[in-house]
Design a binder for this molecule. Structure first.
Ligand code: CTP
Length: 221
């Protein structure tokens, strides 16, 4: 299979030295990409700025902003059978980026006007066809309720919900505790495990889903 994975945060520039971003380390996305490549899939990894080293057996596209990530996903999705959006895309960007460093000027308060970035999953929804789309839901409240809504709104086959306010899951950690909610109504709560392990199991889920689809197509003939 050809699998497109996004990972890490995006950065939205305020001026040449400052940006808005988030705490994503990219570990979950890199683990998924590594697991998929290890299983022999052709992997394209669209990565925001992270301090991780991608494995050699994949095609890496480095991006910085949400819009660059959107364009990279749009460019590569047509060649892929599955998309895993594990990137923590910035939801807002400064309305304008200053060309020169903004000066303190006697420590006056500074107001920033932020405008929403494009939602990548919504942007590529029309390109889905038979592809498998997997999203993540980073929540600090009730992960399941919001994740269920996001899965529907974004037209995903699967959403992986994780509570990012816990010490042992979410941002920067090496472990994760996730709940999988799929389009057929199934719910799986996985115990705490390493992100590497979550990656392997998610790739297996995608493979399984693809088999079911191929079987359906075959049975129709
Ligand atoms: N996502 C995306 N484009 C964005 C923001 C998020 O494609 N501009 C994707 C993420 O990669 C993830 C899913 O949408 O797979 C859910 O992201 P999340 O941050 O949990 O939710 P949001 O849709 O941003 O909603 P909110 O911030 O209100 O929780």
């Amino acid at each position: 299979m050809k699998i497109l994975v996004t990972a890490g945060p995006t950065r939205e520039a305020i001026d040449p030295v400052r940006f808005i971003s988030n705490r994503s380390s990219g570990k979950m996305g890199y683990a998924i990409a590594a697991a998929a490549a290890h299983r022999g899939h052709e992997v394209t990894l669209v990565s925001g700025p992270v301090s991780l080293q991608p494995a050699a057996n994949m095609n890496v596209v480095n991006v910085v902003t949400a819009d660059q990530m959107r364009l990279a996903v749009r460019r590569h999705i047509r060649w892929c059978d599955a998309l895993v959006m594990s990137a923590a895309v910035a939801d807002w960007r400064p309305a304008a980026t200053a060309v020169k460093k903004i000066k303190k000027r006697n420590r006056r308060a500074l107001s920033l006007k932020l405008v929403p970035t494009v939602d990548i999953l919504r942007d590529v929804r029309a390109l889905k066809g038979r592809r498998i789309y997997v999203g993540f839901a980073a929540e600090t409240g009730a992960p399941e309720k919001d994740a269920r809504r996001k899965r529907k709104e974004k037209g995903l086959d699967l959403i992986v919900a994780n509570n990012v306010s816990r010490q042992d899951s979410g941002f920067e950690t090496d472990t994760n505790r996730v709940i999988l909610l799929s389009a057929d109504g199934a719910r799986e709560a996985w115990p705490l495990m390493t992100k590497a392990r979550v990656g392997v199991r998610l790739v297996r889920w995608i493979e399984q889903q693809m088999l079911v689809r191929l079987k359906k197509v075959h049975d129709k003939r």
